[in-house]
Design a protein around this ligand. Structure first.
Ligand code: WTA
Length: 654
């Protein structure tokens, strides 16, 4: 897999290959008006009415955007309920259509019609109320991808209780930190789940988290996934039992202000402390629904599959809220792509006649490596559109996806966005724009995103700079809505945005070409993007530094054929430490503090870390070593000899 990193090191600018969307796609596309960008620009912010019009409002909003400085109030004065929009309103036309189709890890499947979903969401909402959950109480959902997870999300939304989904692969410590940060006293979890056919315990992690919480947990609901008889204490409840007790009950959807919180989700920022990102009911839902409609081209009769775990924002917006708001069938898959066989994904697409498929470049690079014989063995003709998200997709992987999965007939949308943006921001519109492999595309209509230099001025085509968003957008989170202290301090690593009325720095580097297509170059902060999942280097460093036998540690991102980036740790051991044993302890410590996906791929032991004369660790050199890049000038180092030692330690390892 050589040359996989071309999008990082060789930004392609202008004049590159263009791929037109197929005419057969354009003819049927939800959005195909070539004038859509101009129309949005002329009518901003009122253009966003089209997104709000995809929803049902119990109280019409007075203004599309209230406030021209923070606090911004998208769809000001409007009221709605997300659960009503994703469930109830579809009953009239499609109560027997499948809303959720679930494919479990053991090969089993389950479907929920919109009527089934309506019933179970109501019953579970009634149960949550009985357990004492009130409007604005945060309910933590620590669950794998089982249908009870979207049911619980929608039940929370129904009663106006924000949910906080915590990825099931996170550790007990990570769960406790997130519950504390969200001030959450209610928990829904599972006894466990299956990974590659083998059971994995989850409830014991939830128990350990509960022990470390100061206030404890008021009530825990446990979904039985493993079929074990998990013993429950007085404040623990069996999900199935609760739903059965409330059989047939309904709960009126609570009208929520457009700016009321729908959910929160934690993400890694530079500081290393997981940050809660709180999304709104009106703006977020409108943004998720509109982008599902305009970019993923989802139609009510479609089966849409977003392969991201619901524990991440991608699953929130494009497995749950967007597709269900549009009345489509959304597919959930609990398993891994190569179990039991490497054609699992294609088998599922064929069997469920999936129309639109949204996945991560990491997965595509793995599919490429496994070879086209796997997709070739299946009928993938149901596919109409393909999408990617989470990291840059290199042109070679893009073309493979387009040709071998899409048969050359499906547009590929490379969508750039973040937990903070709630929904897609930069991508081609598949019914309007030509595609350029390796470049995400222009900002969506109504989104003012640009690439600027350190002074905040737009860069010339081909130059690299910082990706910033200079106008508010509907899916913006509450912290940004409310906060007017957003100017970056003048710092060479951050653009100076003080000339803008308002702006958001995304922490991503990018270039832009003469057609306005943005090519992403990766994060410019200390966040590592492993297979599309964000981790702060400081978060991982803190876990390693705590290991007995480790004197010092630094973590940087290094190259990885499949994952795009991976975690490289450099550790100096105290004398007498056994390196093999230490490596095991480091892995275990990271797994405990965060979870298995953050465990370093590479640990290099070194007598010392490269430091400046004032003692600051020079990460730049550690990154250069990891990437096998030129080191440049090492004269600022107090201990330049250590860099050579690191290089040979890394070479020995290969
Ligand atoms: C990266 C995931 C290149 C970027 C939705 C961003 C991308 C971070 C793309 C957000 C893309 C996301 N091309 N890079 N199409 N999409 N990223 O919050 O660095 O988990 O800042 O949200 O992923 O990751 P997050």
């Amino acid at each position: 897999m050589d040359g996989e990193d071309e999008s990082r090191t060789q930004p392609r600018v202008g004049g590159g290959e263009r791929v037109e969307p197929p005419a057969s796609f354009v003819e049927q596309a939800n959005v195909s008006d070539p004038g859509v960008r101009d129309a949005f620009a002329e009518d901003w912010p009122d253009c966003w009415r089209v997104a709000a019009d995809l929803l049902d409002w119990t109280t019409e909003y007075d203004a599309v955007l209230g406030g021209d400085a923070p606090p911004f109030r998208w769809f000001d004065g409007g009221e709605l309920n997300a659960s009503y929009n994703c469930v109830d309103r579809h009953l009239a036309d499609r109560k027997n259509q499948v809303a959720i189709t679930w494919e479990g890890r053991l090969g089993e499947s389950r479907t929920y019609s919109y009527l089934d979903l309506y019933r179970e969401v109501n019953e579970f909402a009634a149960a949550l109320r009985e357990l004492g959950v009130e409007e604005d109480d945060v309910v933590t959902l620590y669950m794998p991808v089982v249908p009870e997870l979207p049911v619980a999300m929608l039940a929370c939304a129904r009663i106006g209780a924000p949910h906080s989904v915590v990825f099931a692969g996170f550790s007990a410590d990570a769960l406790a930190t997130r519950m504390e940060s969200a001030d959450s006293e209610f928990l829904v979890t599972c006894d466990g789940y299956y990974r590659r056919g083998a059971p994995v315990q989850l409830k014991n992690k939830a128990d350990n988290a509960a022990i470390s919480l100061d206030g404890g947990v008021e009530a825990t609901v446990v979904v039985d996934r493993l079929g074990d008889d998990t013993p429950l204490t007085d404040d623990e409840y069996d999900y199935e039992g609760l739903v059965t007790d409330h059989r047939g009950e309904t709960v009126d959807p609570v009208p929520r202000a457009a700016t009321d919180q729908l959910f929160l989700i934690h993400t890694s920022g530079t500081t290393g402390v997981p940050t809660p990102v709180r999304h709104t009911t009106g703006g977020y839902l409108a943004h998720a629904a509109w982008t599902s409609h305009a970019v993923l081209d989802v139609k009510p009769a479609d089966t849409h599959w977003c392969s991201a775990d619901i524990g991440w924002i991608t699953g929130h917006s494009y497995t749950v809220y967007g597709p269900l708001a549009l009345g489509a069938t959304t597919m959930l898959y609990e398993g891994t792509p190569d179990h039991p066989e490497k054609d699992r994904v294609w088998e599922l697409i064929e069997r469920n006649a999936v129309d639109t498929f949204y996945t991560a470049p990491t997965a595509i690079r793995a599919f490429m490596k496994w070879g086209e014989s796997h997709p070739d063995a299946h009928d993938l003709s149901s596919l109409r559109l393909l999408g990617t998200v989470g990291e840059p997709i290199n042109p070679r992987a893009w073309k493979w996806y387009h040709e071998h999965i899409g048969g050359g007939d499906c547009p590929v949308v490379d969508t750039w966005w973040q937990t903070e943006t709630g929904g897609m921001m930069v991508t081609t519109l598949p019914g309007v724009d030509d595609m350029k492999p390796g470049s995400a595309g222009p900002p969506l209509p109504g989104i003012d995103a640009r690439v600027v230099d350190t002074d905040g001025d737009p860069v010339e085509p081909g130059e690299s700079g910082f990706l910033v968003v200079t106008d508010p957008w509907p899916g913006m989170p509450l912290s940004m809505v409310e906060d007017d202290d957003w100017f970056g301090a003048r710092d060479p690593a951050r653009p100076d945005l003080s000339d803008y009325d308002w702006a958001y720095f995304t922490e991503d580097g990018a270039t832009v070409d003469e057609d306005g297509y943005v090519t992403l170059l990766g994060r410019v902060d200390d966040v590592i993007n492993v297979s599309g999942h964000r981790f702060a280097t400081m978060e991982i460093e803190a876990a390693i530094a705590d290991v007995e036998g480790v004197a010092e540690a630094a973590v940087v991102s290094g190259p990885h054929d499949l994952k795009g980036q991976s975690v490289y740790a450099y550790a100096s051991a105290v004398e007498s430490a056994d390196e093999d044993a230490l490596r095991d302890r480091i892995d275990a410590a990271v797994e405990d503090a965060i979870g298995p996906i953050a465990v370093p791929d590479v640990v290099v032991f070194t007598p010392e870390l490269p430091k400046t004369r004032s003692g600051k660790v020079m990460r730049r050199f550690l990154e250069a070593v990891a990437h096998d890049d030129d080191l440049g000038d090492t004269s600022a180092l107090r201990n330049p000899e250590v860099v050579g030692e690191l290089e040979s330690a890394l070479a020995d390892r290969d």
